[in-house]
Design a protein around this ligand. Structure first.
Ligand SMILES: CC(C)(COP(=O)(O)OP(=O)(O)OC[C@H]1O[C@@H](n2cnc3c(N)ncnc32)[C@H](O)[C@@H]1OP(=O)(O)O)[C@@H](O)C(=O)NCCC(=O)NCCS
Length: 157
């Protein structure tokens, strides 16, 4: 019997306040800093889900939707959306709580992660147990991305 895990098992939230060292030359959140935080959240999400080491194989899509600035509070939320053979997808969404109390999504990213054993060989992650319609819809969309990635990688060889 294969091990199973749920989206809830993987759910990871990180909260931070934007400081001077997080800004670019225009005084807005530096994209490279956010990318680092997203990759970290995806790694923690993956480890919680798999219970093993994981690595980032690809950042499939990353959209900067709007900017954030000094003093804004960011919440970065990661969850597993799809499990393939040895890879799985983590969706990471970043929200900003503005100083005027408004909340807005500023980034959405999909990362392809791979579970690793002690010798750093790729292994099968737990099978994903879907618990509601939202997770099932998310899974179906993620499966299309997984198949599209497979096709693109095969074509690039
Ligand atoms: C990720 C890694 C372990 C995969 O090695 P591998 O298992 O021998 O490679 P495979 O080609 O068999 O791929 C394993 C799975 O990952 C997927 N995958 C690997 N690279 C991918 C990419 N660039 N894009 C999309 N999917 C990818 C494959 O489709 C496969 O999925 P599946 O088993 O669910 O069908 C290896 O490429 C590696 O170590 N890369 C460096 C990772 C790293 O250093 N990350 C940190 C960067 S900051």
């Amino acid at each position: 019997m294969e091990k199973t895990s749920t989206v809830q098992d993987s759910l990871t939230r990180q909260t931070r306040m934007l400081m001077y060292q997080d800004l670019n030359t225009r005084g807005k959140l530096y994209g490279g800093r956010l990318l680092e935080w997203i990759d970290m959240v995806a790694g923690i999400t993956g480890r919680r889900y798999c219970g093993t080491e994981v690595t980032t194989a690809a950042i499939d899509k990353l959209d900067f939707l709007t900017a954030a600035k000094l003093g804004d509070i960011l919440e970065i939320i990661g969850k597993v959306t799809y499990v393939g053979n040895t890879s799985f997808e983590v969706k990471v969404e970043t929200y900003v709580d503005r100083q005027n109390g408004e909340r807005e999504r500023i980034n959405r990213a999909y990362l392809v992660m791979v579970a690793l054993d002690e010798e750093e060989r790729s292994i099968r992650p737990p099978r994903l147990v879907l618990q509601n319609d939202e997770e099932r819809l998310e899974y179906e969309a993620a499966e299309q991305r997984y198949l599209a990635r497979k096709k693109a990688r095969a074509a690039a060889k």
